[in-house]
Structure formats: structure tokens, C-alpha cells
Design a protein around this ligand. Structure first.
Ligand code: FPP
Length: 231
């Protein structure tokens, strides 16, 4: 496996997929059309990430804060999951990849949760490429939960025990975090794991974030000097 500290290709890339709503608005389409286009792009990018030799791609598909969106928008996102999730998971697995889901699935409607759990159950535990989808995900909630889980096991809270008890336990920290859609913030995404991530912000709205846009982000990453706090 490539070592992300010596190789030019990041081992783990995470993406905040922002801008679906504005993409749809520009085309006088409902927001659901933006999410639909976003889902297709998300799948396309997973293929590209795999080709580039990235080992983990994490996508922020639904935050705990997004759960407060109007019911019709959430229903649209849930119906996308119910319609396409398993089909795409099967394709991913057939291509030799693994799937992980991070987030608090108990916050989702039961039928949506069942589909997601079915998908995860079909996946191998490990593969050369792992697609990680953050659903009903909030980083502060994750950190509080990890502290509780470590304490319940009688473990002292250390960087190691906390990391191991996050939803992302066993997954290396992201090397590169990309946010599309022009906003410059992390929005409660991988706050602990982002400690030494390189950040890359793009004005491109997520449905327009092409394979070439991902290539550009990776090229920019490869030009950065990572010091991890050292001189
Ligand atoms: C942010 O754009 C995007 C989301 C809240 C959802 C991201 C979802 C996908 C890419 C589709 C695949 C995921 C699932 C759950 C099936 P926004 O709507 O906040 O865009 P805006 O800032 O332009 O309004």
C-alpha cells in the first residue's frame, strides 16, 4: 500500500459534497434534481478515486444538521437511497471495493436504515479501495460517543483509544479534505480526524465536480509540503 507521507497520491480523500441545491436552482429545477445529479457524480468520483490509487474515499452525504431540512427534501434523499443504494453497492463490491458507513443510523427512518445495513452486510470488511459514506453523521456526536464507548470498556481516554472508538476506527485519517460549492468551513465533518489533513476548497458546485476537478485537487495535494507540526 502506498505510504501517504511519501507518495504523491493521498491515501484517504474526504469530500464535503456541497452545492447540489444551487446547481438545481441555476437550472430552475427542484433541489431533488440536484441531489440526483450529486449522487451520480459521487459514484463517478469513487471510480476515479480508485483509478488514481486512492485507498479510502469518504463522502459527506447527510449530516445530523441536514436532518432538520424540510420533510420533502429529506424524503427525496431517502428515496434516492432506497432506489439506488443497493444497486450501487453491488457494483462497488463487484469492482473489488469495500463499503463502510459512518454516522448514527438510528436517526434515520427504519426502512432507510434497513437498506443501508443490508448494503454494509454485503461488503467485505477490507479491500484495496474502501468507499466510506457519512450518513446522519456529526463529528461532535461521534467524538462524544467515542469517549462514552471507551469509558464503558474501562479504557482510559487517550488519543489512541478515542480514535479507535470513533465511527472511523481502523480507517487512517484523511490526508486531503475537499469541499465543493464555495464555502470555507468543515461543517462538523471529521473534526478529530482532520488534525493534519490538507484542505482544498473549490467553487465548483458538487454535481459539476468532474473527474478532472478531483485530479486537480490531488495534483495540488502533491505540491503541498506536509510537516505534521515539525520543522
Ligand atoms: C449539500 O448540498 C449536499 C447534501 C446535503 C446532500 C449530498 C447528497 C448527495 C451528493 C446525494 C447522494 C447522497 C444520498 C444521501 C443519496 P446542498 O443541498 O446544501 O446545496 P446548496 O448549498 O447549494 O443548497
Amino acid at each position: 500500500m502506498a505510504d501517504s507521507q511519501t507518495s504523491r497520491i493521498p491515501r484517504h480523500v474526504a469530500i464535503i459534497m456541497d452545492g447540489n441545491g444551487r446547481w438545481a436552482k441555476k437550472r430552475l429545477l427542484p433541489r431533488s434534481a440536484g441531489h440526483n445529479a450529486g449522487m451520480n457524480r459521487m459514484i463517478g468520483l469513487s471510480e476515479r478515486a480508485k483509478q488514481l490509487g486512492i485507498h479510502y474515499l469518504t463522502v459527506y452525504a447527510l449530516s445530523t444538521e441536514n436532518l432538520a431540512r424540510p420533510k420533502d427534501e429529506l424524503d427525496g434523499l431517502y428515496s434516492l437511497i432506497k432506489k439506488y443504494f443497493l444497486k450501487n453497492v453491488d457494483k462497488l463490491i463487484k469492482g473489488g471495493a469495500a463499503l463502510r458507513v459512518i454516522g448514527d443510523l438510528s436517526l434515520l427512518p427504519e426502512d432507510v436504515r434497513t437498506v443501508i445495513e443490508d448494503g454494509v452486510a454485503r461488503s467485505p470488511e477490507e479491500a484495496e479501495f474502501t468507499f466510506v459514506i457519512a450518513l446522519a453523521y456529526g463529528s461532535r456526536r461521534e467524538i462524544v460517543g467515542a469517549c462514552g464507548a471507551a469509558a464503558a470498556k474501562g479504557l482510559a481516554i487517550t488519543e489512541e483509544t478515542l480514535s479507535a472508538n470513533l465511527y472511523t476506527g481502523g480507517i487512517p485519517d484523511p490526508d486531503l479534505i475537499i469541499r465543493t460549492g464555495g464555502e470555507l468551513r468543515l461543517s462538523n465533518f471529521l473534526l478529530w480526524q482532520a488534525a493534519y489533513a490538507e484542505l482544498y476548497f473549490s467553487d465548483v458546485l458538487f454535481p459539476d465536480f468532474s473527474d478532472e476537478c478531483l485530479d486537480d485537487a490531488v495534483a495540488e495535494f502533491s505540491r503541498r509540503t506536509r510537516r505534521f507540526g515539525k520543522v
